[in-house]
Design a protein around this ligand. Structure first.
Ligand code: AQP
Length: 334
């Protein structure tokens, strides 16, 4: 039966990109009735340096963002990765299945490691094998993610296929990525060719889930655009990445298709469209920010929710891990 798994790194404050590309869809998948398992992947976060106090804070804030976005910890399993050791255990096995040549093709490693790849952590390099373990520890079949994670999910499939083949078993399912909707790739507000990212040095490049109405409106007003009015067909956005981004954001926030947004706003100048977008963004985001702030007042309760989620996650992952040890020939005698 279908089972959905996905995660978000608590490596900074979450952005509108994380909300539209991930959180909002996580809640929708839960509401459609599929079993949903969602994780704050703190072990992924430390593949680049994280200040311990900030990591703790960001993990709680991330959990609050999940819940404020509609992920209900009673219906979905919500926890932080490091509380379920099956992730790390299976990641080691997958490190021994994945090939160096496969890892060398990963564009996210190249992007994040930058010019000085020699100084990157070994964990950053192995990141996709841990991600495969996150998913496979639950035999998840479907993974809702943004466009940027497509390559990692292909690697997850390759690892599952190779494991099954090498050990002569049909054990791991072959996952289906779910990259859907109008906002699979929300771009930076300063550069329409770069993804909106929580680690971008410019705060103006992104809308944070903690931004207030004024900050949201200012960032949208100052967003980079061209001087042309909006076209009357989607085709007209082809070479206008910044304009296309704002249209896609509008569509995702309004629950419309980009084509519908174009029909409704054909010929509009940004002087008109931006305030309209800002108003929509504030009306959607403000209740989420308010709810996050409310939840953050009780960190002990958030920790309790994460612990209870981890118990439920462990109950699914442990029997799967036991089978993995058996398949791979590891003695389990205590
Ligand atoms: N700009 C985006 N548009 C659509 N989806 C996005 N996601 C991230 N950015 C966008 C989706 O959010 C989920 C969680 O991402 P992540 O936190 O695990 O890591 P990331 O993809 O590397 O996101 P960031 O914001 O760029 O973080 P940093 O800067 O720390 O690397 C994923 O499903 C992702 O697709």
């Amino acid at each position: 039966s279908p089972r959905i798994f996905s995660g978000i790194q608590p490596s900074g404050g979450l952005t509108l990109g994380n909300y539209l590309g991930a959180l909002k869809r996580f809640a929708e998948k839960q509401d459609e009735g599929t079993q949903t398992i969602y994780c704050l992947v703190d072990m992924h976060a430390i593949t680049v340096w994280q200040d311990p106090a900030k990591l703790r804070q960001q993990t709680r804030e991330g959990a609050a963002a999940f819940i404020a976005s509609g992920v209900d910890p009673a219906r979905s399993i919500l926890f932080n990765q490091s509380q379920v050791s099956a992730h790390a255990e299976l990641a080691w096995i997958f490190n021994c299945v994945a090939r160096l040549g496969w890892m060398n093709r990963m564009t996210q490693f190249k992007d994040k490691a930058g010019k000085n790849a020699e100084a990157a952590s070994l964990g950053l390099y192995a990141y996709p094998a841990l991600m495969a373990a996150d998913i496979m520890a639950y035999h998840a079949t479907h993974v809702p993610v943004g466009e940027d994670q497509k390559q990692h999910l292909e690697l997850t499939r390759d690892i599952a296929i190779k494991f099954n083949h090498d050990y002569g078993v049909e054990f791991f399912p072959i996952v289906e990525p779910m990259i859907e909707g109008a906002a699979t790739r929300v771009m930076s507000l300063r550069d329409g060719t770069k993804k909106m990212s929580k680690s971008d040095p410019s705060d103006q490049s992104r809308i944070n889930l903690t931004d207030d109405a004024d900050a949201i409106a200012t960032k949208i007003r100052k967003a980079k655009t061209d001087a042309e009015p909006l076209p009357d067909t989607l085709d007209g956005l082809k070479d206008r990445p910044e304009a296309r981004n704002l249209v896609n954001i509008y569509a995702a926030l309004a629950g419309m298709s980009a084509a519908e947004v174009i029909v409704e706003n054909a010929g509009s100048l940004f002087g008109t469209f931006k305030p309209k977008l800002a108003e929509l963004a504030v009306s959607v985001m403000a209740p989420i920010t308010t709810e996050m702030n409310r939840l953050m007042q009780d960190p002990a309760e958030i920790d309790r929710i994460l612990g209870a989620g981890a118990d439920r996650a462990e109950a699914i992952a442990r029997p799967i891990l036991d089978q993995v040890y058996d398949i791979t020939g590891m003695i389990r005698s205590r």
